[in-house]
Ligand binder design. Structure first.
Ligand SMILES: N[C@@H](CCC(=O)N[C@@H](CS)C(=O)NCC(=O)O)C(=O)O
Length: 388
C-alpha cells in the first residue's frame, strides 16, 4: 500500500515536472524562451526530455511497464494506430495547411499502420513537443513515437522505453546569418558570446552546452518549447545562432529563409551523432518485432530494388527473400501476429526506404548518396537483417 502511494506520488511529481517544462512558454509570455548560461547549466539536464521519469511511470493498478506486452492486440482491437510525431518538423512530420501530415516520420507511422491494420491511413497523429514526447510513450498515450528522436543510452535504459532501428542518421549543426560573418566553413568557437537558441527537452541543449564548456567559450542558451518559436526568434534577430539536428536546419532554411537574409549551416562535420528512429514502450517484444521488421521490410525491399509499383511482380517472380517478405511461400509475418501480406501492404501503400526518403527529404535537398543514410552496399549504414 505504502509502495503504491509512493509510486503514485512520484508519478504525479514526474508529470508535474513535464507539465512545468511544457508550460514554460505561457509562463514567459514575452518570448516563449527560458534563458540559461550554457556554462552554468551544462550538466543540469540530460537532454532526455523525460525529467523526473526515474520512477517507472506506472501506478500499480495501471499498465505495468516492466511486464509490457499487448500493444499489437490493443492496436488491432482499436483499428487505429496512435503515432506520436512533432507536427512542426519540416520533412519529418509537418502538418500542412489542409491538415495532412507529411514527412519521413509520418510515413513510418503509416508503414506500421499498413503492417498491423492493412491500411496506411489508419493513423491518429499525436503532435508532441520534444519535452512531452517520452511521457506519451511511457503512459501509453501513443503506441509508437516517430519524432526526430535520438537513440541515447539514458533514454534507452530509463524505465519505460525501447528504441527501434535508425531510420535517419543525423548529427547536430548550427545555423547563423552570413551577414553576421558566418559561413559554411565557420567553426563552433566562432559563436563565443552569441545568443544560441534551440528547443527544450532535446539532446541538442546538452550537446551544445557541453561543447561550449569544452571549448572554453561563453554562450547564452535560450530554449523554447517548439522549433517554430526558435525559428521565429531567429528571423526576428532575437537569436544569433540556432541549433538542432542538421536535417532540421536544412528543412527550416529551405522553407523559411527570408529573401533579405542568407542562412549558413556549420560546422561541416556535425558536433554529435543523432540516430533517429522509432520509440515504443519497453518489454513488449512482439510490438518491438512488429515496428522493427516494418522498418527492415522497407530496407530489404529497397535492397532488392522492389518499390511500391513492383510488389505484385516481386511476389510472383522476385527473390525467395522478397516472396517471403511479401507473404508468399515461407512467409514469416504470421509468427509475429501479423497477416502474411503485412509487408506487401507496407511496400505497396507507403513504399520502400528509398521511396520514403526521396519523397520526403529530397525536396529539402537531403541526399542519401555519400552519407550515412546510403545503403550498406554503397558505403552507408542503412542495413537490415535477412528475412529468412
Ligand atoms: N534529435 C534530437 C532533437 C529533436 C528535435 O526536437 N528536433 C527539432 C528540430 S528538427 C524538432 O523536431 N522540432 C520540431 C518541433 O519542435 O516540434 C532529440 O531527440 O532530442
Amino acid at each position: 500500500m505504502r509502495t503504491t502511494l509512493l509510486k503514485l506520488l512520484s508519478l504525479l511529481f514526474a508529470f508535474a515536472l513535464v507539465g512545468a517544462a511544457c508550460g514554460s512558454d505561457s509562463d514567459n509570455a514575452d518570448d516563449g524562451s527560458s534563458d540559461d548560461s550554457a556554462q552554468d547549466d551544462g550538466s543540469s539536464d540530460d537532454g532526455s526530455g523525460d525529467d523526473g521519469a526515474g520512477d517507472d511511470g506506472s501506478g500499480d493498478d495501471t499498465v505495468d511497464l516492466t511486464q509490457g506486452g499487448g500493444t499489437l492486440a490493443a492496436v488491432q482491437a482499436r483499428g487505429n494506430l496512435n503515432c506520436g510525431v512533432s507536427g512542426a518538423a519540416v520533412a519529418f512530420s509537418f502538418v500542412e495547411a489542409d491538415g495532412s501530415v507529411n514527412g519521413i516520420d509520418a510515413d513510418y507511422c503509416r508503414a506500421v499502420a499498413a503492417a498491423v491494420l492493412g491500411d496506411s491511413e489508419a493513423v491518429t497523429f499525436v503532435n508532441l513537443t520534444a519535452a512531452e514526447r517520452f511521457a506519451a510513450v511511457q503512459s501509453g498515450e501513443v503506441d509508437v513515437l516517430m519524432r526526430n528522436s535520438t537513440w541515447t543510452q539514458s533514454r534507452d535504459t530509463d524505465v519505460g522505453m525501447d528504441f527501434g532501428p535508425t531510420t535517419y542518421y543525423d548529427g547536430q549543426q548550427l545555423m547563423a546569418r552570413a551577414g553576421d560573418g558566418f559561413s559554411g566553413t565557420s567553426s563552433v568557437d566562432e559563436i563565443d558570446g552569441a545568443i544560441v537558441c534551440t528547443n527544450a527537452g532535446t539532446t541538442t541543449e546538452t550537446n551544445i552546452s557541453e561543447l561550449a564548456a569544452n571549448l572554453g567559450i561563453s554562450i547564452t542558451l535560450n530554449t523554447f518549447e517548439d522549433f517554430n518559436q526558435v525559428t521565429d526568434a531567429f528571423v526576428s534577430g532575437a537569436c544569433d545562432v540556432i541549433t538542432t539536428d542538421g536535417s532540421g536546419l536544412v528543412g527550416r532554411k529551405a522553407e523559411q529563409q527570408p529573401d533579405d537574409q542568407e542562412w549558413v549551416i556549420f560546422p561541416a562535420t556535425p558536433i554529435s551523432k543523432e540516430p533517429l528512429g522509432p520509440v515504443y514502450a519497453q518489454n513488449d517484444s512482439q510490438w518491438a518485432d512488429v515496428v522493427n521488421w516494418t522498418v527492415y521490410a522497407t530496407i530489404i525491399a529497397d535492397e532488392n530494388g522492389v518499390g511500391s509499383g513492383d510488389v505484385d511482380d516481386a511476389l510472383a517472380n522476385g527473390t525467395p527473400e522478397m516472396q517471403r517478405l511479401l507473404g508468399g511461400e515461407g512467409e514469416l509475418q504470421s509468427a509475429m501476429g501479423l497477416s502474411p501480406d503485412a509487408f506487401y501492404n507496407v511496400i505497396s501503400q507507403v513504399g520502400n526506404y528509398s521511396e520514403i526518403f526521396e519523397s520526403n527529404l529530397g525536396p529539402v535537398g537531403l541526399v542519401r548518396e555519400g552519407s550515412a543514410n546510403a545503403a550498406w552496399t554503397e558505403g552507408g549504414l542503412i542495413y537490415a537483417p535477412p528475412a529468412r
